[in-house]
Design a protein around this ligand. Structure first.
Ligand code: GLU
Length: 395
């Protein structure tokens, strides 16, 4: 008798993460001897700052090798809460407390904890389009329905209160927000965020705000956070982590700030899935969040370099392809533009095949006409890849 695998309904329609798949393919081609420039990965190419590595080693030497509380070590949750409270200075609301923080294995798990705890069968969740690939799947895994809301091309593909209202149904229970945006690099300004929060409050929608790129912006200040703006945190989940701002992708530390009852439900869920996030990695994150002068200095170096690459890439693309339809990136480290012939998948394949440059087709983000290019790669590689894009444009 053959025992072939029949996927359960839980995963029957799940797709592997396209952003990860592109990087894996680039790595495989490289291993096979091809010279590849990988602009697929959404991962800073910088080393983790040495002071964080030293703190991690010291924590290991001091015995940070055992289980911690499911929701994370108290000093880390206190540091996260203190950071969030600083952001709310002057709003007169209660400070964020450690009890509202759950630390998880990367902000991916934080997002999944939140969608799973909040949504279920019969619920609709608004997902701006384009959006990062995993929001659609995470909502689907919760057995809720992800309702794509195409962003306004005149506003860097951002959604507006009117677009959200038009897409809403009586079943709408929540909204995924992400600013700075992956894949576009667009940043919602305070007024835009405020207006969206007002609609959400009026309709009693939950807002899950993924702020993982919040500190990687080109305006000189952090992107506005819903924590700065919401009049109440009753239906707010803020997701963040150390991966992008401190070049700590492999540490896998993310967190949620959410009302206490929801945090308790997410902690219970996590107690059955992964338990606490890696103990030494929690101490690494604690160093990143508490040794702020060193962390800020490392971040500033990274952002300055990202800005230089972004400007160079934009110059080459705009000169080489004057009609390019592109979002002006104000944060994160992505360029998002419409592919020639409106076929992002074909263009991404063509670039990989003929030029050895890996980028992510926009289909991964709900926008098949577009492509995403990450400039988290060495400057000469970014330059070479932009010239390859220009060459292939009319090929
Ligand atoms: N978030 C990054 C990206 O969009 C890392 C890969 C992933 O987790 O999707 O490329």
């Amino acid at each position: 008798m053959s025992h072939s695998f029949v996927p359960s309904p839980n995963v029957a329609s799940i797709q592997e993460s396209a952003t990860i798949a592109v990087s894996q393919r680039a790595k495989a081609l490289r291993a096979a001897g091809r010279s590849i420039i990988d602009l697929g990965a959404g991962e800073p190419d910088f080393d983790t700052p040495p002071f964080i590595l030293e703190a991690t080693k010291a924590a290991l030497d001091a015995g940070a090798t055992r289980y911690t509380a499911i929701e994370g070590i108290l000093p880390l949750r206190e540091a996260i809460a203190a950071d969030a409270t600083r952001r709310r200075a002057g709003r007169g609301e209660l400070p964020v407390t450690a009890g509202e923080v759950v630390v998880s294995t990367g902000s991916k798990q934080s997002l999944q904890n939140a969608t799973y705890a909040l949504f279920g069968p019969g619920d609709d969740v608004l997902v701006p389009v384009p959006s990062w690939v995993s929001y659609f799947e995470m909502v689907g895994l919760s057995r809720a329905r992800a309702v794509g809301v195409p962003g306004d091309p005149k506003r860097d593909l951002k959604v507006t209160p009117d677009l959200l209202r038009a897409a809403a149904t009586p079943a709408t229970k929540g909204l995924m927000l992400n600013s700075p945006s992956n894949p576009t690099g667009a940043v919602y300004d305070a007024a835009e965020l405020q207006a969206i929060l007002e609609v959400a409050a009026e309709r009693r929608w939950w807002v899950i705000s993924d702020e993982i790129y919040g500190r990687i912006t080109y305006s000189g200040t952090a992107a506005p956070s819903v924590l700065d703006l919401a009049s109440s945190r009753d239906q707010l989940v803020v997701v963040n982590g150390v991966a992008k701002a401190y070049a700590m992708t492999g540490f896998r530390i993310g967190w949620t700030i959410a009302p206490r009852a929801l945090s308790q439900a997410m902690t219970a869920l996590q107690s059955h899935t992964t338990s606490n996030a890696s103990t030494p990695a929690q101490y690494a994150a604690l160093a990143a969040l508490t040794r702020t002068a060193e962390a800020d200095a490392a971040l500033a170096v990274m952002v300055t370099e990202f800005r230089a690459r972004r400007d160079m890439a934009l110059d080459i693309l705009r000169e080489g392809v004057p009609a390019l339809e592109l979002v002006q990136p104000q944060g994160a480290f992505y360029l998002f533009f419409k592919a020639p012939g409106g076929d992002g998948t074909r263009f991404a394949n063509q670039l990989l095949e003929h030029e050895g440059v890996a980028i992510v087709p926009g289909a991964a983000f709900g926008t098949p006409e577009w492509v995403r290019v990450s400039y988290a790669a060495a400057r000469p590689d970014v330059e070479q890849a932009m010239r390859a894009i220009v060459r292939q444009w009319s090929a």
